[in-house]
Design a protein. Structure first.
Length: 277
């Protein structure tokens, strides 16, 4: 059952895990133990969760009611299997991972011994800093669980101030792909645009791009395809071709930037029923 106050153990003191653990502390739970491998992770744990003891994963489980598994996606299954085999995870535990990709199937060994399995993913960029906790206020969370576990997952998200949405097990990868496409690839596109402007001598490429990028992102989030402006929206395909040629001829511009511009221009044209440039 979901206790009024939980003893939280964190395995993996990365950026998301430390922020979520701190957010749970803020609403009255207690992070009692953390496992951190690298010097950077130990420093982050000390900064974000100063009252928690640094322990090995088995000792973290022994101290905790809620075990947060905040390791890379590919490491979750092996870690959980090992902890179950060692008797560290039992029926008394809530076991929650923060992966966007996975549902609760990856926690099957824990569920098999009676533990409550939860997949809870904040749809937010987190940096492992105290100010990130405020970003979880009104943050969308994907929650995957079954039966009574779903109610527990939803409750934990509400406690942190988030907005939960139930995502089916089979839909998790597609859900995560959408978020990665919108967030990670946006970072790459903006970094490429900054590089082009820097090559032209702009002293602060980010400041030049910020008003345009923020307005474009806001429009796309509100209106979708209807927010498009620029040469493809006007049918100025010769301009787009000139862009591609200029980027390809510019010294210091990687071919991957040209390829990305060409591919995104083609995708944009297709969404608007325009001939590919």
């Amino acid at each position: 059952m979901h206790r009024t106050t939980l003893r939280v153990g964190l395995i993996g003191a990365g950026r998301a895990g430390t922020v979520v653990a701190r957010a749970l502390e803020r609403v009255g739970h207690h992070c009692v133990a953390v496992h951190a491998v690298s010097d950077a992770a130990r420093a982050r744990a000390a900064r974000m969760l100063p009252s928690a003891d640094l322990r090995d994963p088995i000792a973290v489980c022994a101290a905790a009611d809620l075990v947060i598994v905040a390791v890379p996606d590919d490491a979750i299954a092996g870690l959980v299997s090992g902890l179950v085999a060692a008797g560290a995870i039992t029926a008394r535990h809530l076991v929650m991972h923060l992966s966007g990709r996975h549902g609760v199937a990856v926690l099957a060994p824990a569920a098999a011994v009676g533990a409550t399995a939860l997949a809870v993913h904040p749809a937010m960029t987190l940096h492992g800093r105290p100010e990130d906790v405020a970003r979880l206020q009104d943050c969308p969370f994907a929650v995957t669980a079954s039966g009574d576990a779903l109610a527990i997952g939803l409750s934990l998200v509400y406690e942190m101030g988030g907005v939960p949405t139930e995502v089916a097990e089979d839909d998790r990868v597609r859900y995560h792909a959408a978020l990665a496409h919108a967030s990670n690839h946006l970072v790459t596109v903006i970094a490429q645009a900054r590089e082009v402007l820097a090559g032209l001598g702009f002293p602060d490429p980010g400041a030049t791009l910020r008003p345009l990028v923020e307005a474009s992102a806001d429009g796309a989030l509100r209106e979708g395809d209807a927010a498009l402006t620029g040469p493809i929206a006007r049918g100025d395909l010769d301009t787009v071709r000139a862009h591609i040629a200029a980027l390809a001829a510019a010294p210091g511009i990687p071919g991957t930037t040209v390829d990305a511009y060409r591919a995104l221009a083609a995708a944009t044209a297709a969404r608007h029923g325009v001939e590919a440039p």
